[in-house]
Ligand binder design. Structure first.
Ligand SMILES: [Zn+2]
Length: 671
């Protein structure tokens, strides 16, 4: 707990020492100056931080980023503690927050209910006599955001970004990726074994004998493995053209017979969906076959496993523990669960995110931060514009289009202009799991109600209290929730070098997403259309191949290498973000090279950047993220891009022969 207190003290101390203009971002104690910056900039900049911030038992990764997320949790706790104590009029936001939270903290009631909350679901499953009934049940559960077999969501049409359409997407697996079922290396085999045990445990908890639990677990595992076999890989899905397959009911029925798609859309309340997108057609062909060929009893076991696993976190401690054992311990290497209040607060926060966000912003978000951000974003836009004009590898026609796209980027900072209405969400103090299911229903209705309507451009995809930022290619917008506008990303009173190195690079990173391997395929209006000359596209691909090769060489653990292709978009964005922010900083410095605490502005820029990615991480989490995460690991977000930057070489006197040094012809220059 001390860590939070210290962090909060720094913030409040810092706000009081405005005149000094010294940023705590560059703290010599965070560094390890026994290592030279040219040998290993991550250790040089972050070695001290890593030693001083050992991994907490309930985390699989712990970095400055996570530290800020922890602070956010503490900030929310102040709000929650206040609200949870009171009584409120039925239907008010406070009543919903308090009841959701209190129902989750009421472990006595949860234990007393046992598996009662699952019984209505099991009765539905036990009553099934046909695959038509099975399909109807799938549609019913989808409306609660319990997602057996596949998923449906509603978002902008990739090729007509003004309109929302329905997307059908592969899914239905209990492990996080198809590869976990398909690979047979030692680590994967261990995970498969643990997953079988998890399924077995679930079946035991719902009352099966140990023998039948084993059989049922095996049945479910084999069925999921068959679904995995027809699923698209993560890498294939990075190609937006491959996942854009427009169809109508007739088309899908012809392509994937054996599933009543018309009944599905009717059941979920859409009626005739008109044209919709099937992201992975081969998956749906395969799934439809499995539905008609696999025994109904196998599907029944599968449905029970899926609903039990989906709701495990809201059930008795046995379920919670089983769920944590697999998803926390086995997959990520966590030693202990997060404290209950954090988990329940997190679930409440998910269910009522914008209502809580509204309160969070009032209490914690200084309006000055918004103004500072808007100025920063504008300066970064100017810098990227200059860089595009000066690119030696891109022709004028494509440059013109790129500049138009840059100028069309919209920016959202802090919080949405209008807040979501939660009046239709039912919450009571009675049952935690019922509240979770009601929240699923509410979210589903909200989402599905958008199908075939114009896009609401004011909507946010992240709540203000989330420490993160995003680029949305369909709206060509960059979005920075309030919570990221705090140290170590954003210092209201620090020198420019620090802010450009931290939040400046984050802004540049998000802008560059509009021009990464995926984002570049969308035009200024957010439509998936090719605006590149073929020559320029070819040159872009040559340049990004250099980056893929660089990251493929990084060893993440033992003999396991990073995946340069999977992380390409993020790596392009990191590199672009650094270039753009550095150029923007040069404009505001106007030759003022005054050192602060012994570091030049250029050095402070790179140190502030590196500090964002200071982190400790468990081995299992390294392996999990290398398989699933499109972001590089923190250490390589530092080492990877900086090795391509001459400005970094100059700032720290990096020389040939240093690890951080790459010969000029091996460096990537993209944006
Ligand atoms: Zn990104």
């Amino acid at each position: 707990m001390n860590r939070f207190v210290i962090l909060m003290m720094i913030i409040s101390l810092f706000a009081c020492s405005e005149a000094k203009k010294v940023s705590p971002a560059i703290d010599p104690l965070d560094m390890d100056t026994s290592v030279s910056p040219g040998a290993d900039f991550d250790t040089y900049a972050n070695g001290g931080w890593k030693k001083r911030n050992p991994m907490p038992d309930d985390k699989s990764r712990y970095g400055t980023f996570d530290q800020l997320a922890d602070l956010g949790e503490e900030q929310l706790k102040v709000l929650f503690d206040e609200i949870a104590k009171g009584t409120y009029p039925e239907g008010s936001i406070e009543q919903k927050i308090a009841d959701f939270y209190n129902s989750g903290m009421d472990t006595a009631a949860i234990e007393a209910a046992g598996i009662e909350p699952l019984k209505p679901f099991f009765e539905q499953v036990d009553g099934l006599t046909s695959t038509n009934g099975l399909q109807k049940l799938v549609a019913d559960w989808h409306q609660m955001h319990i997602n057996p077999m596949f998923g449906i969501y509603a978002t902008s049409d990739e090729k007509n970004s003004e309109m929302v359409v329905a997307y059908l997407s592969q899914g239905g697996l209990g492990m996080p990726d198809r590869d976990y079922y398909m690979k047979d290396d030692e680590r994967t085999k261990e995970i498969q074994e643990q997953y079988r045990l998890y399924l077995e445990k679930l079946f035991t908890l719902i009352g099966e004998t140990s023998e039948s639990a084993k059989t049922l677990a095996s049945t479910v595992y084999n069925l999921e493995a068959k679904m995995a076999a027809v699923s698209m890989t993560r890498l294939e899905q990075r190609d937006p053209h491959k996942t854009y397959n427009k169809m109508n009911l007739e088309g899908l029925t012809k392509r994937a017979p054996g599933y009543d798609w018309k009944a599905y859309f009717e059941e979920i309340g859409v009626g005739d969906p008109g044209e919709f997108v099937v992201q992975q057609p081969e998956f749906f062909v395969g799934l439809a076959k499995l539905v008609s060929t696999e025994p109904l009893d196998s599907w029944k076991a599968y449905m029970k496993a899926r609903v039990s696993s989906r709701l495990a976190a809201y059930l008795t401690q046995d379920f919670v523990d089983a769920n944590f054992d697999f998803y926390g311990r086995t997959l990520s290497g966590n030693v202990a669960q997060r404290p209950r209040w954090k988990r329940v607060q997190g679930a409440t926060n998910d269910a009522l995110s914008e209502a809580i966000g509204e309160m969070y912003v009032k209490k914690y978000f200084p309006p000055e931060a918004k103004q500072r951000m808007i100025t920063l974003v504008n300066n970064l836009k100017v810098a990227l514009g200059e860089r595009i004009k000066n690119l030696d590898w891109m022709g004028d026609t494509t440059k013109q289009k790129a500049l138009e796209k840059l100028n069309a980027i919209t920016v959202k900072v802090g919080y949405p202009d209008k807040w979501r209405d939660y009046s239709a969400l039912q919450v009571s103090k009675k049952s935690y799991v019922e509240n979770a299911v009601n929240s699923g229903k509410f979210d589903f209705q909200h989402m599905i109600g958008k199908v075939n309507k114009p896009v609401d451009k004011t909507e946010w995809l992240m709540p203000p209290q989330m420490v993160n930022a995003y680029y949305n290619p369909n709206l060509n917008e960059i979005v920075f929730p309030a919570a990221i506008l705090q140290p170590p990303f954003f210092y209201l009173n620090a020198d420019d070098a620090v802010n450009y190195g931290a939040i400046g690079v984050v802004i540049g990173h998000e802008m560059t997403h509009g021009f990464d391997d995926q984002g570049r395929q969308y035009d200024k209006n957010g439509n998936l259309t090719d605006w590149w000359t073929s020559r320029d596209a070819e040159r872009f691909n040559e340049r990004t191949a250099v980056l893929v090769h660089q990251y493929d060489q990084f060893t993440v653990l033992d003999t396991v290498k990073a995946d340069g292709k999977l992380t390409l978009g993020e790596n392009i964005a990191d590199l672009g973000g650094l270039n753009i922010a550095y150029q923007a900083l040069s404009h505001v410095l106007k030759g003022d090279e005054k050192a602060i605490d012994g570091f030049t502005p250029q050095q402070r820029f790179f140190l502030a950047y590196a500090h964002l990615w200071a982190q400790n991480i468990r081995d299992k989490e390294i392996l999990r993220r290398t398989k699933e995460d499109v972001h590089s690991l923190g250490r390589f977000r530092v080492l990877g891009p900086l090795r391509n930057l001459p400005a970094f070489y100059a700032a720290f006197d990096v020389k040939e022969g240093d690890f951080m040094y790459l010969p000029e012809n091996e460096r990537a220059v993209i944006w």
